[in-house]
Design a protein around this ligand. Sequence first.
Ligand code: C5P
Length: 300
Amino acid sequence: MIVADRGFVLAQAKINLCLHVGAKRSDGYHDLESLVAFTAFADGVGLADDDVLSLTVIGPRSADLPVSENNLVLRAARLLAEERGVKAGARMTLHKHIPVASGMGGGSADAAAALRGLARLWNLDLYGQDLQEIAVKLGADVPVCVESSPAWMEGRGERITRLPPLPQFWLLLVNPRIPVSTAEVFAKLEARRGLRLACPLAPFDDVRSLVYFLQSTTNDLEAPARSLAPVIGDVLSELSRLPGALLTRMSGSGATCFALFDSERELRPAEAMLAERRSDWWIAGTPVPEHPTGTPVFVQ
Ligand code: C5P
């Protein structure tokens, strides 16, 4: 029997355009400041009614993610059902495209998409704040992924300020196919910029003004990630040599790095050039849409 999905939710990849790290706190986490954007490049979560909870993973990166009880999508579903006393189940299908453990928040985006979608499938009266409170129990990056729109992230990740739309730009995402553990990168952290940035509440006029702001920032996790995976240095140097690249940086705890472009016209030739030089790396060019696209889509 073929049972079609009733709903589908995009789980957009999260990119930390900058990431400053403060002191280690008594709970073992570090305080952060980060400007976060979401790309059109995404995983997806399909949802259908069922009596029990189940998850199937399909798609180009499904082999990297064996389904276990620890899968963040299943944990998110169980937690939401528990907190809201939901007796129904759901048949969930995760379409996996985002490389695993790559600094693009794939697992967090999947969990956040499952929360948004299941809230709708189960007809739960949940507001942004309710979902955020559940999300933070699943991981530091899950609350911002629930928003899935440009945001300023503080605290261990749970304090989110939604920002006005960013001017549309393009990212060339490159991963050297080396998974990096976030916990290990934080453990290696020595120098850090500390928390002094002002949240950019006023809209950026254009891509140049966004880049100008980002040039005064860094990713503090770049140095410790490079010490664990020196190939990240090669990725950054290849990206910075591409014509049209306005800014080159690592996202999250790595190993994915990005180059920022003004337009698709400039991005595509650079993407082709790099793909030819480094066929062993995972490479994807994607827009960062001006408006969020992570709203669940359901058939009635
Ligand atoms: O919460 P999440 O599972 O994404 O974090 C993985 C690990 O990264 C944490 O256990 C912690 O060691 C480190 N981390 C941190 N400070 C943060 C976020 C993560 O030290 N704000």
